[in-house]
Design a protein around this ligand. Structure first.
Ligand SMILES: Nc1nc2c(c(=O)[nH]1)N[C@H]1C(S)=C(S)[C@@H](COP(=O)(O)OP(=O)(O)OC[C@H]3O[C@@H](n4cnc5c(=O)[nH]c(N)nc54)[C@H](O)[C@@H]3O)O[C@H]1N2
Ligand SMILES: Nc1nc2c(c(=O)[nH]1)N[C@H]1C(S)=C(S)[C@@H](COP(=O)(O)OP(=O)(O)OC[C@H]3O[C@@H](n4cnc5c(=O)[nH]c(N)nc54)[C@H](O)[C@@H]3O)O[C@H]1N2
Ligand code: SF4
Ligand SMILES: [Mo]
Length: 692
């Protein structure tokens, strides 16, 4: 491959299924432009609008460039610069003191600010394991879906994204690819041009739903019922692939009995859609050979998210859609990459391993956890929190409690960041981290099947250091001796994958570094002949493992916690369901501080159906207050039938301090967890709305 000398090759680090390859143009040591690498097939020559602005973010005038110590009150955001030596010694002093007494009082908090395997969770995890600190259950996004796939297919596996271009029917299910999975959308459009039929299943008429042939606007959180209703029709009208079912699935009779209780009439009632819509959908799905489903995480942020994923994942195994490379389903492809997470994260460094493991804190309940005083069941009160790759004060649910936790005077908080985010305002120590253009990393993807290398394109901005370096520095200041804590980034990267796995045939760290990326060796139609990674090797409609854990072994519909069916008394007080899915120009809370992107989004909005608006005397453009028992926020009303009746939509995730009232959607979301996987339930949330 020919890369002109003035370009450096990089990988988009963001939490996005597309994992694009980028080229960085450099002038006088500064990145001046980031463009798509035209040679990388999944990137298809285009980056999204946000990341086209990456250079603007890297050299932003408000980038953090030196370590800082808090001088104001918690949350006020007043700091003074200090040296790295001083910062590392303050961190080491406090952490050593706590670790000597109660190591589990130290809690790491991180998510996917970068998806890199090295700057994500390598040295940092090793460090916390070595201390015996609490572990964090990283469940804020995808855990329900991952669990649903694990119990059904054995891992996060699915069809290959390139073959959607050949599909004849695509169900875009709980997914808004124009905003959040752009390179899938180009495949879907290609299929559309060839005559494919596109159906969006989404309570909201998203940018994507608007461009599909059909939009099924079900009530949020009712996807499991819809999938079971489709099964009812597939079974009663015999639109099944009996040979596939016999050879490659487990538990058909039991699933059949369950599905037969979900008559289209019952499902219509649950989902708030017409019975005929369900029948037609199932008939079309069951009678199209190249029928593909692109599920995405939007449908699993509710109580029944795990079961719903399982129910949808059963569909292509009932109809035999897996026989075609352009048939099947994709939620995440991350399981195709043979990652060696044990080597990366070294859980064996935990004291007492493997008989004892340190306490686990579910990140979705960080608000409650920070406010817990500690007892025999919970363990010690949290005394130190180390945040990296995440902005919990903006993104974690039930934000009033999260912020109250961060405001605790007796909590020692370290934040590693690029910018002074809402979370950074609460830091005792604020440490400047490098961006993707300044450090080395190795990436897998959850939307395609390439592994990719990111090499530093420019020197660190200011005194910024890679996460790995910061943790090595703290470990050294603490006098820790464990060699695994001091491995170089390149050593970490070179041992992160199982190079001997068939998926990486012919690929080594050296060749990968040279080439920039490698396509994994995955069959075009991965389950055409079965080969699921469950204990039985089959697609498990019935899961012995779930039964063993005392859970329902069959997929079922669970009404949302906050719904008329789930909590009628609450629904009477707070009759509107609120969802807060990603805005197109932000990436979670990243880029909200990039002025050009924020100005495109304008201000926080709330989409509300005309009849719901009328009932509350809300007119288009009015400022409204959205509230429930957990909190409130304000937004500008957009009266529109894009939101179905009974639903309000506030695209997210705003930095609180950049919103006019200093609040965001997580003021009203809850810390409740999903049925499987302990995931967040951001879209399982009832509110009321009033004019300000
Ligand atoms: N531009 C942009 N891209 C992003 C992100 C971003 O913030 N901005 N975030 C990234 C991250 S971390 C993730 S996890 C993904 C998220 O992207 P997706 O996986 O696509 O998920 P969401 O955007 O949460 O929701 C997608 C759609 O699901 C709909 N939805 C909400 N509730 C339900 C429901 O109960 N059932 C159904 N069927 N649909 C529902 C929403 O209205 C929305 O249109 O995108 C990634 N890409
Ligand atoms: N209301 C509502 N809330 C949501 C969601 C929603 O749809 N609605 N979506 C949820 C989902 S799906 C997700 S995944 C979470 C996302 O939550 P987070 O993973 O917290 O994502 P971001 O808000 O993008 O914050 C990432 C931060 O990491 C920083 N960062 C990036 N790279 C590096 C690095 O190399 N080093 C360091 N130290 N820092 C770095 C960035 O500057 C940024 O501030 O939010 C969840 N919250
Ligand atoms: S955010 Fe997604 S679409 Fe945009 S450049 Fe990164 S990987 Fe590509
Ligand atoms: Mo996410």
């Amino acid at each position: 491959m020919n890369v002109p000398a003035e370009f450096a090759r990089a990988v988009c680090p963001h939490d996005c299924p597309d994992t694009c390859a980028m080229r960085v143009s450099i002038e006088d040591g500064r990145a001046i432009k980031v463009t798509a690498d035209p040679d990388h097939p999944p990137t298809q020559g285009a980056l999204c609008t946000k990341v086209s602005r990456y250079a603007e973010r890297v050299h932003h005038p408000r980038r953090l460039t030196t370590p800082m110590r808090r001088v104001g009150a918690k949350g006020e955001g007043r700091f003074e610069p200090i040296s790295w030596d001083e910062a590392l010694s303050i961190a080491a002093g406090r952490l050593s003191e706590i670790a000597a007494r109660a190591p589990e009082a130290i809690v790491p908090y991180s998510y996917a600010g970068t998806m890199g395997l090295v700057q994500g969770d390598s040295i940092a995890q090793r460090f916390f394991h070595k201390l015996g600190a609490s572990q964090l259950d990283r469940t804020i996004c995808a855990a329900a879906g991952a669990a649903g796939l694990k119990y059904t297919y054995g891992a996060s596996l699915g069809m290959l994204t390139e073959f959607y271009a050949e599909s004849e029917l695509i169900l875009i299910w709980g997914s808004n690819p124009i905003a959040s999975n752009l390179h899938f959308w180009t495949r879907a459009q290609e299929a559309k041009r060839r005559g494919a039929h596109l159906i969006a299943i989404d309570p909201y008429r998203s940018l994507t739903a608007e461009k599909c042939h059909q939009h099924i606007a079900l009530k949020p959180g009712t996807d499991g019922a819809l999938a079971l209703g489709m099964m009812h029709v597939l079974i009663t009208e015999d639109l099944l692939d009996h040979a596939y079912i016999a050879a490659h699935t487990l538990g058909f009779d039991a699933l059949k009995a369950r599905a037969l209780t979900y008559t289209p009439a019952r499902v219509a009632q649950i989902c708030g859609i017409e019975e005929q819509v369900i029948v037609d959908l199932a008939r079309r799905y069951g009678s199209t050979k190249k029928a593909a489903i692109r599920m995405n995480y939007g449908m699993q942020r509710v109580r029944g998210g795990g079961n719903a994923t399982r129910a949808i994942a059963c569909l292509p195994s009932l109809t035999g859609a897996w026989r075609e490379r352009s048939g099947g389903v994709l939620l995440s492809s991350s399981g195709w990459t043979p990652t060696n997470s044990h080597k990366l994260q070294r859980p064996d460094l935990m004291p007492g391993w493997p008989t004892r493991q340190s306490r686990v804190i579910n990140m979705n309940a960080i608000g409650d956890a920070l406010l817990h005083l500690g007892d025999a069941e919970f363990g010690p009160k949290i005394e130190a929190l180390v945040v990296y790759n995440s902005n919990p004060v903006a993104v974690a649910p039930d934000s009033e409690r999260v912020a109250a936790g961060f405001a605790r005077e007796d909590l020692f908080t370290i934040v590693l960041e690029h910018f002074q985010t809402d979370t950074a305002d609460y830091a005792d120590l604020l440490l400047p981290a490098t961006t993707q253009l300044e450090h080395l990393d190795l990436h897998k993807s959850y939307g395609h099947t390439h592994v990719m290398v990111n090499l530093p394109a420019i020197a660190p901005v200011g005194e910024a250091r890679p996460n790995t370096d910061i943790f090595r520095g703290i470990a050294r200041s603490m006098g820790l001796q464990e060699p695994a804590l001091f491995e170089s980034d390149e050593t970490v990267a070179s041992t992160a994958l199982e190079w001997s796995d068939r998926a990486l045939e012919g690929v080594t760290w050296e060749t990968l570094k040279q080439a920039g990326w490698a396509k994994l060796n995955v069959p075009d139609a991965p389950f055409a002949e079965g080969g699921f990674r469950t204990p039985s090797g089959k697609c498990e409609f019935y899961s012995e493992r779930l039964a063993h854990e005392g859970l329902d072994p069959l997929p079922d519909y669970l009404p949302p916690y906050e719904s008329e069916d789930g909590a009628p008394e609450l629904a009477a007080r707070y009759p509107l369901a609120m969802i807060s899915p990603p805005a197109r120009n932000f990436l979670n809370s990243t880029f909200v501080n990039v002025e050009s992107l924020r100005s495109t989004e304008g201000e926080p909005h709330l989409d509300i159906h005309p009849s719901d608006a009328l009932r509350r005397q809300v007119a288009n453009g009015d400022l409204v207050r959205i509230f429930n028992d957990r909190g409130s926020m304000q937004a500008r009303a957009r009266v529109t039938d894009k939101a179905r009746e009974g639903l309000v939509v506030g695209l997210s995730i705003w930095w609180k301090k950049l919103a006019p009232d200093g609040r965001n959607a997580n003021q009203v979301t809850s810390q409740a967890l999903t049925d499987l996987g302990g995931s967040a339930t951001f879209y399982d949330c009832l509110v009321e709305v009033e004019r300000v």
